[in-house]
Design a protein around this ligand. Structure first.
Ligand SMILES: Nc1ncnc2c1ncn2[C@@H]1O[C@H](COP(=O)(O)OP(=O)(O)OP(=O)(O)O)[C@@H](O)[C@H]1O
Ligand SMILES: O=P(O)(O)OC[C@H]1O[C@H](OP(=O)(O)OP(=O)(O)O)[C@H](O)[C@@H]1O
Ligand SMILES: [Mg+2]
Length: 285
């Protein structure tokens, strides 16, 4: 049975459960459940604190886990990212009151408050800056107002939390994060679990593709086919079928969902008609 760590709380937990559900795995019904078995898929899910997941996975007791890239790096655990999942996207940045610092070079002698001590201490050391780091569990934005630190380093998504605290980011982003699937570095890929791990990854990739692509169908005159296919090259290559009306063909191809409207406009301008898009619910590439 494959053993998978899943975040039990916070920003990662809801979207992770949703993605697993879309990939055909059973998920817990109540937020207090700590583990569930999905017998049909021969998988056991362990609901753990996101910060602890890299440690469990690096111990080798769990085969794989879902966590944040920033949490993985901060933990220093012997685990590596094997698939980015595209949700819980954030940047990790320094912030302070306007006028305190313009770049990391100004931080010498200052105190930086953060929940990600590992990332911050390493980043400062790599940049040759001698600053102190104080660890706080959360609500780090308040640390400056209350005099615990001059600077914070924290997760930024919309920037609302910083604005509300009267703080501004400065310097380059320390890192970009998103949810990722992780496994132990040097995991034995000849183990019995490996086919199940690969099946799990293929299923999640299928969900990612279904979320980012749509299927596009349209009719076009044969003489415009080359230009139309350049707009909709598909993944391998588009399907072209003859139409009953001579001189016309039907084309079917996957296109990135974000570009679908522009592609439809461009196809229409080329003379294509009956242009339809449909959602993809699941796929294996
Ligand atoms: N506002 C946010 N937007 C996107 N990702 C976020 C946000 N806040 C935290 N994350 C990401 O979530 C992960 C941290 O999860 P964790 O559960 O420790 O904190 P949280 O989501 O802030 O939850 P809480 O602090 O309520 O327990 C990290 O990968 C982080 O980048
Ligand atoms: O840029 P924003 O969209 O405002 O999002 C970023 C905020 O979200 C998280 O905080 P959370 O609400 O989880 O509280 P925490 O600080 O206790 O973790 C993170 O720690 C930031 O404070
Ligand atoms: Mg938080």
């Amino acid at each position: 049975m494959l053993r998978i760590a899943v975040p039990n709380k916070g920003s990662l937990s809801g979207p992770a459960a949703e993605m697993l559900h879309e990939a055909g795995y059973q998920q817990r019904r109540e937020s207090k459940e700590l583990r569930i078995v999905d017998p049909g898929n021969e998988v056991e899910f362990f609901y753990l604190r996101p910060r602890d997941i890299a440690i469990y996975v690096s111990s080798g007791r769990l085969d794989i886990g879902i966590t944040g890239r920033d949490l993985l790096i901060d933990s220093g655990a012997n685990a590596e990212e094997i698939l980015p999942l595209g949700f819980a996207r954030s940047t990790f940045r320094f912030a302070t009151k306007p006028g305190t610092a313009k770049g990391i070079e100004d931080l010498g002698g200052m105190t930086v408050a953060t929940s990600y001590e590992g990332i911050v201490a390493k980043h400062l050391a790599d940049s040759g800056i001698d600053a102190s780091v104080v660890h706080l569990d959360g609500a780090v934005e308040t640390a400056i107002e209350l005099g615990v630190a001059e600077v914070i380093a924290d997760v930024v998504e919309t920037g609302t939390s910083l604005r509300n605290a009267g703080l501004e980011v400065f310097g380059d982003p320390i890192m970009k994060s998103e949810a990722v699937v992780i496994r132990r570095v040097g995991a034995d890929t000849s183990e019995d679990a490996e086919p199940k791990v690969q099946q799990f990854l293929r299923r999640l990739q299928g969900v990612l593709v279904a979320r980012t692509y749509v299927m596009m169908d349209y009719d076009c005159r044969a003489e415009h086919l080359e230009k139309a296919v350049a707009l909709t090259p598909g993944l391998e290559s588009p399907t072209i079928s003859p139409l009953h009306n001579e001189g016309w063909v039907a084309v079917r191809a996957m296109v990135p969902a974000k570009e679908a409207q522009q592609i439809m406009d461009d196809l229409y301008a080329l003379g294509a008609r009956a242009i339809l898009t449909t959602a993809i619910h699941a796929c294996r590439l």
